[in-house]
Each structure stands twice: as structure tokens, then as C-alpha cells.
Design a protein around this ligand. Sequence first.
Ligand code: HEC
Ligand code: HEC
Length: 432
Amino acid sequence: MIYIKKMVFISLFAVELVFANEFLVTDQDFPKTNAKMENLGKFLFFDKILSGNKNISCATCHHPFAATGDGISLAIGTGGIGLGVMRNPNNIKARVARNSPHIFNLGALEFTTLFHDGRVTKLISPAGDDLPLGLDNPLAVQAMFPVTSDAEMAGEKGENPIADAVANGNLISAWQQLAERLQKIDEYVNLFIAAFADVNAAQDITYVHAANAISSFEAAAFRCTNSPFDQYLRGNHDVASQQQIRGAKLFYGKARCSSCHSGAFQTDHKFHAIGIPQIGPGKGDNLPGYNDGHDDFGRERVTNNENDRFKFRTPSLRQVAMTGPWGHDGAYNDLEQMVRHHLNPVEVLNNYDISQAVLASRADLDKIDLIVHQDKKRRQAIIDAIEIKPIKLTDKEVSDLVAFLHALTDVNCIDLRKTAVNQVPSGLAIRD
Ligand code: HEC
Ligand code: HEC
């Protein structure tokens, strides 16, 4: 019966019998913080030393000044110059196929599945048995991979030895070479010794230590759990506007958003096909009859199950008002349009206009951006997979829903200057 006493009934923010306990976020939901690991991880996150050609860092695509993303639809990896919407793609070989997601709150323990298709989970990773032991959590597992992606950080075969190792499928060698780079920098050696009990000298440093430190930084720096929604749940009812409360009722009621965006972080951590327009180079997949590789089968790429085709992970909606462009390929740069897509996916998809995306222009890249979308058969395949039925809402109700999404913004995470550095131990420039 203690259990019942603990439950707090929310009368306003949520419609029916929803209990605050289900949504309240506490320190228990996050890993223990470790200041020394975070301090090291912060430098690593901004240091281009972790990229094959020493020309890109994690922060390039997950910058605190771009809400931990990059503000563009499809990431621009190694070879690009500049940050965010000003990033110049003239020297890149290919666009990254997907949108750089934000990394807010991903340290929370319930996030055990990462990437738009969920290919990193707590126990399984794309490296299979090659993944070294000793990684602390899924965020640390994830941090092993951007450095081994040719388009993101490693570079192309022939450009540097790390890229060559990656091209030969030798990830262990790529991680080893990165560790050797760090071992040669005295300031890093001292930071690793301070952060890890099992590092006593330069040669003890591994890339696994680096990944654990990066994850520790991400989890602490980008935890944003004091939004008006959180404050309301803790009993401060003055923080939410009437419009936001109406929006919450729709979200948890008639608009059925919470059938997928459930729980404390507004995600069921599952995969659904909702028919976001396919833009960009694709992930190398092909519908029958095509062999150009411009499709992105989403979850099917991980499960090999055709029923998972075009399914993508339900993203957390914390901070969502800041994290556009939205969707796995950043097809929408307008939050209201992203919401309207859910209400009538087929019609909104069919009327999609590429000007709704944010793409750094370069003629040969632009050519491939709409190949899939403009092909009737391929667009129909995406439509056929859609799981949601249209829902009729008035314009006012749509505005209310968008207002509720704004109530998920923790204002302490708007100005993230304190999470950035202005120099790194390698001495490499952090600006382009
Ligand atoms: C070229 C841009 C780029 C760089 C550099 C980059 N990322 Fe990413 N990141 C992405 C993209 C794109 C995705 C989504 C990939 C997918 O789902 O297939 C992603 C996904 C992630 C995710 C998972 C987010 C989620 O919601 O599942 C995390 C965490 C992350 N990156 C952290 C890092 C770290 C740490 C580094 C540096 C070691 C890094 N990234 C470097 C573009 C980049
Ligand atoms: C059937 C499950 C499902 C339902 C119902 C649903 N969503 Fe989503 N939502 C998703 C998935 C899956 C994505 C990611 C799609 C992709 O990237 O291709 C998403 C993406 C989003 C995004 C963009 C987030 C980002 O970071 O890019 C917003 C905003 C959003 N949903 C809001 C809503 C709202 C508001 C409702 C109710 C009207 C709703 N969703 C109903 C599954 C759902």
C-alpha cells in the first residue's frame, strides 16, 4: 500500500490516469558522475586528434552551440570545413546518410539502444566479437564507432593509416593507433592517470578508456531534466501555460503521441515506420529492381527482418524544440511540419518539398538527394510500411501540441557555453 501512497495523481498535465512516478526523473536514472573522467572526456570530445586526418571532432557534429547536433539535415564529415549551417562541403567525398542526432539525456540508464536504427545496444554492437571489453555503458560503446567510420572521422583509404586499417576491416588496429596518438601527449597521459585507476603510465591508455571518458562527459554535460514539464511533475504548477497543458492532454490523449513517445523521456525505445521522406545518399540498401544503394531500410539493416523495413527508433522528445532539423535524415526543419507529418503521413509525405531540409549545397551531391523520394515505386514502398493512421486535429490543437513540445525544454541547456573548451591537449585547432 506504500506504493499507492507514493503515486501522485496529475490532474492537469496528463489526461487520464497517468501517474507522476512514471515520468519523474531523478539522479537514480543516471550513472554516477565522475569529475575527472568528465574533464578528460570534454577534451577528447573536442579534439580532432581522434580523427584519421586530424580534421574533425565529435563536437563538429554534436556541438553544444548547435544543441548537441549540427543544425543541418545530413551531417558533413571528414573534409568539411566550418561548423553547422556554415559548414562547407566542397572537399568531402560523400554526405553522411543520416542526421546527427542530439545527445541530450542519452546517459540516462534507460537508453540502452543507440543510433537511428538501434545498431548499438547494451550487449550487441556492429563490431561483434571485435568489440573490446571494459566499456562502461551504451554511450561508451557508441563512442568506439564514429572514429571508425570513413565518412565521419576516419577518412578514406590512402589518406592515413587509421583509414587504411578501417578499410581493411581491422578496427582493433584503428583503435590501437588512436590510443598511441594519445599516449604521446603528456597532458593527456596525466589526465588519463588522474581519471583511471588502471592507468599508471602512457602505455596503459587504450581507446576504451577514451570512450568511457567521452561517455562520462556526455552523460553529465548534456543531462537536461529540469524543463517546465519536470517542474510541473514535481508540483510547481505555475511553470506551464494553459496552452502547454492543453497540448499535454492531446499528446497523452486524442493525438495518441504517447503510444510511441512514452515514459519519462517520451520514447518507447522501439522502432516504427512513420514514412519520413527519404532524402540524401541512402545507406546502400536496394529495393528489388534497383541497384544504386540510395535506400535506407532503417531497422531492417540490423535485424535482417523485412518487417522492420523503414522503421526508425522513436526519438526522445526532451529538448526537441531546439534539435531541428528533425527525422532520421533531417527532412523537416519546421517542428510544426514534423508534427503534422505524424497526423497525416501519406499526404504530407506526398507533398514534401526539399526546401524543408537544410542542406549545404553542392551540385553533384544535390542530384542524389531526391532520387528515392521522386521515384513512385520507392515512395510507395515507404508509404505501405507506415504504421500510423491519420488523426484530425484543428490548427489550434496542432499549435497546442507544439506548445507542449516546448515545455520539454530545460532552459539551463540552451546556453551550453560551459560545456565547451577553447583549447585541447593535442594543440590542434578546435576551430576550422
Ligand atoms: C560527421 C559527423 C559526426 C561525427 C564527427 C560524430 N558523429 Fe555522432 N552521430 C552522427 C550521426 C549521423 C549519427 C546517427 C548515425 C545513425 O543513426 O546511423 C550519430 C550518432 C551518435 C550518437 C547516438 C545518438 C542517438 O540518439 O542514438 C552518439 C551518442 C554520438 N553520435 C556521439 C558521438 C561521439 C562521442 C563522437 C566522437 C567520437 C561522434 N558522435 C562523432 C554524426 C557524427
Ligand atoms: C507509431 C509511433 C509514433 C507515434 C504515434 C508518434 N511518433 Fe513521433 N516519431 C516516431 C518515430 C519512429 C520518429 C522518428 C522517425 C524517423 O526519424 O524516421 C518520430 C519523430 C518525432 C519527432 C522528431 C524528433 C526528432 O528528434 O527528430 C517529433 C517532434 C515527434 N515525433 C512528435 C510526435 C508527436 C507530437 C506525436 C503525436 C501527434 C507523435 N510524434 C506520434 C514515432 C511515433
